[in-house]
Design a protein around this ligand. Structure first.
Ligand code: CAA
Length: 379
């Protein structure tokens, strides 16, 4: 067993770290304050192949592994969790299912453009009445001649309004339960498709989260992804990978908050010495450090399993559960170490604290991760 990154993984880490520091960090706080989607970062990330990390070079991807992908999301999230989720939702949720389940024609039409960042992708499963109970969706799709007609709505869609392509689940046979759900590729310009207002969120404010509406939305017959009835399994498998991305995002948030807290504790003088000399602070730093390390091992292990072709559903759920809860605890302690200053917008830990919470909610709440883990253990 090796606990060190490969040469390629180290190079990618160094490259994305430099990009994150130079291009993302300087605008992160302002984008957050203005709720501004960082549109100008998309072509810059595309240029560095950060929107196609785990996809083969033949499609224009970086041809790197999933550990490298996790590192990319981690490093971006270390300075801006909004950018982390934009990349994660695009890569794991929007692009991967086309790579994994798409026909050669679908790959030809979409995959290269997605992988190279010419197009941005999103994933639409959640509905107002179907959150944790993802199978309870009411959106329908009916085949009429050469077109599928979609009706219904989706909610809380990351990259909504900025994505060019949406992976959408809809019921095609209500008599069959989860086996009556199908997945579709929906172009943003499809007739009858529209995007609603952005949500005003607690955190990840620079990312876009919107509802989607399908009103007799017509898409070509050939935009069915996989076979009819396979949509739920496609969504669940997609989320298994997505959870590695969110876990990496949570890890990055925790790492960023931790570094800020360590730095501050060495600079802040009270009682004539830096507060880092106080055992109360040292114990917090020790606990943060342990939990971040444990998160990183879980995240990289889940990504490694995926790279090796081993099962990774439980491992991804474990990584997301632990890293998400760690990010919350670490951000809380990071604010505590900063005292009153940490509660202001002048220090990045305030943003980390707000951003951390969503990692316990989207792509399956912490309770869903426990369901997946327990289901796997007890099977
Ligand atoms: N891989 C492959 N197949 C899977 C699977 C997986 N990981 N998980 C379930 N399945 C299959 C099951 O084997 C079963 O198939 P069979 O009938 O052939 O045995 C079928 O799917 C139904 O499985 P369940 O009976 O377990 O399904 P369920 O209805 O009880 O749901 C659940 C289980 C784990 C709670 C699931 O609904 C779930 O993950 N819910 C959370 C959804 C979620 O994460 N939503 C986030 C959406 S994305 C987002 O957040 C927005 C964004 O843009 C970031």
């Amino acid at each position: 067993m090796k606990f060190e990154l490969t040469e390629e993984q180290r190079l990618i880490q160094a490259m994305v770290k430099e990009f994150a520091e130079k291009e993302v960090a300087p605008v992160a706080a302002e984008n957050d304050r203005l709720h501004r989607f960082p549109e100008d970062l998309i072509p810059k990330m595309a240029e560095l192949n950060l929107l196609g990390v785990p996809f083969p070079e033949e499609y224009g991807g970086a041809g790197a592994d999933n550990i490298s992908y996790a590192i990319v999301v981690e490093e971006l999230s270390r300075v801006d969790a909004s950018v982390g989720v934009i990349v994660s939702a695009h890569t794991s949720l929007g692009t991967w299912p086309i790579y994994k389940f798409g026909t050669p024609e679908q790959k030809e039409k979409y995959l290269r453009k997605l992988v190279t960042g010419e197009m941005l992708a999103a994933f639409a499963l959640t509905e107002p009445g179907a959150g944790t109970d993802a199978a309870a969706g009411k959106t329908t799709a009916v085949l009429e001649g050469d077109e599928w007609i979609l009706n219904g709505s989706k909610i809380f869609i990351t990259n909504g309004g900025y994505a060019d392509v949406y992976i959408v689940t809809a019921m095609t046979d209500p008599t069959k339960g989860t086996k009556g759900i199908s997945a579709f590729i929906v172009d943003k310009d499809s007739p009858g498709f529209s995007v609603g207002e952005k949500e005003h969120k607690l955190g990840i404010k620079a990312s876009s989260t919107t509802p989607l509406y399908f009103s007799n939305c017509r898409i070509p017959k050939e935009n069915l992804l996989g076979k009819a009835g396979e949509g739920f399994k496609i969504a669940m498998q997609t989320l298994d990978g997505g959870r590695i991305g969110v876990a990496a995002q949570a890890l990055g948030i925790a790492q960023g908050a931790f570094e800020a807290a360590v730095k501050y504790s060495k600079e802040r003088v009270q009682f004539d010495k830096p507060i880092s000399a106080q055992q109360a602070i040292q114990w917090m730093i020790a606990d943060m450090s342990v939990e971040i390390d444990a998160s990183r091992l879980l995240v990289y292990r889940a990504a490694w399993n995926k790279d090796q072709g081993l099962p990774y559903s439980k491992e991804a759920a474990m990584a997301k559960l632990f890293a998400a809860e760690t990010s919350g605890r670490v951000a809380t302690k990071a604010i505590q170490i900063h005292g009153g200053y940490g509660y202001t917008e002048n220090y990045p830990v305030e943003r980390a604290f707000r951003d951390a919470k969503i990692t316990e909610i989207y792509e399956g709440t912490s309770e869903v991760q426990r369901m997946v883990i327990a289901g796997s253990v007890l099977r």
